[in-house]
Write a protein that binds this ligand. Structure first.
Ligand code: ADP
Ligand code: MG
Length: 712
């Protein structure tokens, strides 16, 4: 017996009492040898184990002898592996068969299609518990895609009820976890309830289980329904705590420092509208109205404008900027790239050429004395509108009286980053714009602290974009088309999903990166055109120079990675080729497609899928080609690829969720949001005794990232 263990046992003696904070090595059935394995799963104390969620459940139905098996009825059988067979069909499907000699006599075959790894999971002689729908082939019984468990020799087969399947790590088996969980389960009786009964009762389908029952049903359910109800409680709780955090954050921001009241009087309103070279659409006016209402209050506006590429977000932002200036406050607009900042700057300058409004550009390349001078003027308040990149905020630029901050194309800014942006000295109104259509559930989490306005219709006069899904056999004719278009005066993008060639892939032409495509196209099919290359690994200045040259029309074809996804506006570019398009999400493809058809020329996009692409993937691309609704595409992306892919995994700023799933649990999320905002309206700091535990959970899970403090 290791020393520490013996010592503990001695001091505790027979009075040993399991508590939530008891280290796992002292939990009966774990011990010092196995405790490190549990630690690998992130479990250190008894209470962690109590809240260790099963991945799913194997539904053990009453255990059957072979004579009791019936075609088309679910059953659980227990047997030993006596034979394994494996083959591929001519269509390329693989079939793995594992023959079990059942305890009590008879045979049953487990079959898996297209899961070749199954071949190595069931060694000969292994004892397997399998559950599934029994099929009779006439001569024998089989179960296709059964749920299975390996049992050790002397192990009692589990009772006929759902068997929780936990995430494991090497060296740890289900039965080890199950045994340890059984040992800590009595703790469930003393776990404090975080969700007040009134809240549990308001949820549908409800009421939600109280915590003790939920924990018991989570680990030892008598039916799948019980397991599901337990899961629902924890899913709701996770989402509810998150939504409380967002609501608290929002409340704190709104009540910290007042924002300036910025009033668009009818005169100001009319004057601003006259500045636009076009009539605003009804949709633009509606969003402007929402912004107008926000800004005339002294509570800081916190609004996200979502609208497809080309939906006319700039005009909406300009309205807000000009409204701020008309009220004698300063306004700032941040763009994700210097190129985009310059574009905004030039357009706005043009629009305001005959006015007194002072607009300046603050970007990374502005250095030395001119930079210092500009910063001084901003601090003195002689500059009205500052347009720039992140450098603008990164450097704690001092504004004399900042009234509005607009952030353009910042779909990668999550709640956390926004919280970090806040400056205690000023509380300007705040407007974020994004072209990534964000499904509702994502918006409620990643942007859960913001009000959302949506620009759905496009302004008139934009060109249509035709999307084709082609194949490599038709390359030649496509490049000919590109050349014709360029000769007609247009420019073209060629986008590859990666920078460089990938070595471990087969050497087929399709696995080349932007660098290889640039070589190939500039020497081959497009040799008569001026072809340029940009990608993310290039030096920033070189990249910028290439983008600028393309924007000025000095090059015809820009071969790039997805760096052109955000913001680049070259109305003359009307053709885009997307290579290995299946490697990209639909929302991302949609962003790319938005780069063409911006001018008066019709756009043409051609997708080349990777070689040997499956039917489903082709279906996805065809769906994209025929669908232009960014929101619908984003929803589909969320379902197929998950939220990380959609927002950009790292930078998404999505709060981590342990059990809830934004796709599956939309109904719970909506309820959690509604109930959380009601709760915060009544008790903004969660100071009521019945909210005490919720407050502690909010602070411990999201306090740091959302800058929610526990004192207040
Ligand atoms: P995005 O939402 O992608 O930022 P922009 O604001 O750049 O879109 O607008 C796309 C194009 O549509 C621009 O050329 C802009 O001048 C034009 N535009 C915007 N609003 C209108 C309108 N109401 N009528 C006509 N053209 C408009
Ligand atoms: Mg824009």
């Amino acid at each position: 017996m290791p020393k520490t263990w013996r010592k503990h046992a001695e001091t505790m003696g027979s009075e040993f009492q399991l508590e939530g904070k008891t280290p796992l090595q002292f939990v009966p059935g774990i011990g010092p040898n196995r405790a490190p394995l549990f630690e690998k799963l992130g479990l250190r104390r008894a209470i962690d184990l109590l809240f260790f969620f099963p991945r799913h459940y194997q539904d053990i139905v009453p255990w059957k002898q072979v004579t009791e098996l019936e075609d088309g009825v679910r059953a659980t059988v227990l047997g030993r592996v006596v034979d394994i067979d494996w083959r591929s069909t001519w269509e390329g499907r693989s079939i793995v068969g594992v023959l079990l000699a059942l305890e009590g006599g008879g045979y049953l075959r487990c079959v898996w299609f297209n899961q070749p790894f199954r071949r190595d999971q069931y060694p000969r002689g292994a004892r397997v518990l399998a559950t599934g729908l029994v099929k009779s082939t006439g001569v024998a019984f089989e179960i296709r895609h059964p749920e299975t468990q390996l049992l050790v020799d002397d192990e009692e087969p589990p009772a006929a009820r759902p068997l929780p399947i936990y995430p494991l790590t090497e060296g740890l088996q289900q039965r080890h976890v199950a045994k340890a969980v059984s040992a800590v389960l009595p703790l469930a009786d003393s776990v404090e309830e975080a969700l007040p009964e009134s809240i549990r009762a308001q949820v549908t389908p409800g009421p939600l289980l109280p915590i003790t029952e939920a924990l018991r049903w989570l680990h030892q359910p008598n039916s799948l329904e019980e397991a599901e109800r337990a899961r629902q409680r924890f899913i709701f709780q996770e989402l509810f705590v998150l939504q409380l955090a967002l609501a608290m954050h929002r409340h704190q921001v709104q009540h910290a420092l007042p924002a300036p009241k910025v009033q668009a009087t009818p005169q100001i309103h009319a004057r601003i509208l006259k500045r636009f070279p076009f009539q605003l659409t009804a949709n633009q006016l509606q969003v402007i109205e929402e912004i107008r209402k926000d800004m005339e209050r002294d509570v800081p506006m916190n609004r996200l404008v979502q609208g497809d590429v080309g939906s006319g977000k700039t005009a909406v932002a300009q309205y807000a900027l000009l409204n701020t200036v008309a009220n004698r406050y300063q306004a700032a607009l941040m763009a994700p790239t210097e190129l985009l900042a310059r574009q905004h700057y030039q357009k706005l300058r043009q629009q305001l050429s005959d006015s007194q409004v002072m607009i300046e550009l603050l970007v990374g390349s502005l250095t030395g004395a001119s930079r210092r001078e500009l910063l001084q003027r901003i601090a003195l308040g002689t500059v009205d509108i500052v347009i720039g990149t992140q450098a603008l905020l990164g450097e704690q630029v001092d504004f004399a009286r900042l009234g509005l901050l607009v952030i353009d194309e910042q779909h990668r800014f999550g709640v956390e980053q926004r919280a970090a942006l806040r400056d205690s000295r000023v509380t300007p109104h705040y407007l974020v714009m994004t072209a990534t259509p964000i499904p509702r559930t994502l918006a409620m989490t990643a942007f859960g602290d913001l009000d959302v306005s949506i620009l759905r219709d496009r302004p008139p006069g934009q060109s249509v974009v035709t999307t084709y899904v082609s194949d490599w056999a038709h390359q030649e004719s496509w490049w000919k088309f590109v050349i014709e278009q360029v000769h007609g005066g247009r420019q073209a993008f060629v986008v590859a999903p990666r920078v460089d060639h990938v070595h471990d892939d087969s050497d087929s032409e399709e696995s080349q990166g932007a660098i290889q495509w640039y070589e190939k196209l500039s020497k081959g099919p497009l040799s008569q055109l001026r072809v340029a290359l940009v990608h993310g690994r290039m030096d920033g200045e070189v990249k910028q120079a290439q983008l600028d040259a393309f924007a000025r029309g000095e090059t015809d074809v820009l071969v790039s990675t997805t760096v052109v996804e955000v913001g680049i506006d070259v109305p003359n570019a009307s053709i885009m080729t997307i290579l290995e398009a299946d490697r990209m999400g639909l929302a991302q493809l949609h962003q790319l497609r938005g780069r063409v058809g911006r001018g008066r020329f019709p756009g043409f996009v051609c997708l080349f899928p990777s070689a040997g692409l499956g039917d489903e993937e082709m279906e996805r691309l065809n769906h994209f080609a025929s669908n232009h609704d960014g929101f619908a595409l984003a929803e589909m992306d969320l379902k197929l690829r998950g939220p990380g892919e959609l927002l950009g995994t790292r930078q998404s700023g999505l709060p981590p969720l342990r059990i809830a799933d934004l796709c599956r649990d939309e109904a719970w999320l909506i309820q959690a949001r509604t109930l959380a905002s009601r709760c915060i309206a009544v008790d903004p700091q969660l100071r009521l005794p019945e909210h005490d535990l919720l407050r502690r959970q909010v602070v411990s899970k999201h306090g740091a990232s959302l800058a929610i403090s526990d004192v207040g």
